[in-house]
Design a protein around this ligand. Structure first.
Ligand SMILES: [Zn+2]
Ligand SMILES: [Zn+2]
Length: 186
């Protein structure tokens, strides 16, 4: 059975990881896929990704390691979840990124926490936001681009407001594309 691997990187709460894995499985099981949570991997090996001036990690550095984990476990796609604050060149920050040719994606919860914006900690809101970013990056891994529909999970999030506005699911158009792509691959 094709499998999506979820990998916590460096001290992400188990409860949060489980909520994300359960949601993904709830959706992707329709394509005959199951979700497996792999043991946590440490953040230390990614220290070369850390930019001292920015205090952030270069996102793409995480992907080859996740790719190798995918190869080893036979996963169809690998999604890392990290507390590390991520960036890419030319961008102040990123909520996550995906590389379809590596079948690997990573999501950062750093800027999904309400306390990052001066709010109170809220586990439910954090779960909701992490689920959305995870579904978004997985959509990229399975060939979806950004969607103009602001309620679709494939809509690009410029800020946390966009993330909160959109839903956790693909719109009808994106869902159709995904069904077509994954139906063929099954
Ligand atoms: Zn995107
Ligand atoms: Zn869409």
């Amino acid at each position: 059975m094709p499998m999506i691997a979820v990998v916590p990187i460096g001290g992400v709460k188990g409860e949060l990881v489980k909520a994300v894995a359960d949601f993904i499985e709830g959706y992707y099981s329709r394509f005959g896929m199951r979700v497996k949570t792999l043991p946590e991997i440490p953040l230390e090996p990614f220290s070369s990704a850390f930019n001292l001036l920015r205090g952030q990690y270069l996102g793409r550095v995480f992907l080859p390691t996740l790719f190798r984990l995918g190869e080893r476990t036979g996963a169809r796609a690998v999604l890392g979840i990290t507390e590390a604050d991520l960036y890419e060149e030319g961008l102040n920050f990123i909520f996550g990124l995906a590389n379809p040719s590596l079948k690997a994606a990573v999501v950062s919860v750093h800027r999904l926490r309400p306390e990052f914006y001066g709010g109170r900690p809220d586990d439910e809101l954090l779960k909701e936001r992490t689920v959305k970013e995870a579904m978004h990056e997985l959509g990229h891994l399975f060939g979806l681009g950004h969607c103009p529909n602001p309620k679709c999970v494939m809509h690009f999030s410029n800020s946390i407001l966009d993330t909160d506005f959109k839903g956790p699911l693909y719109c009808q158009v994106c869902d159709g594309k995904l069904s077509k792509a994954l139906g063929v691959l099954k």
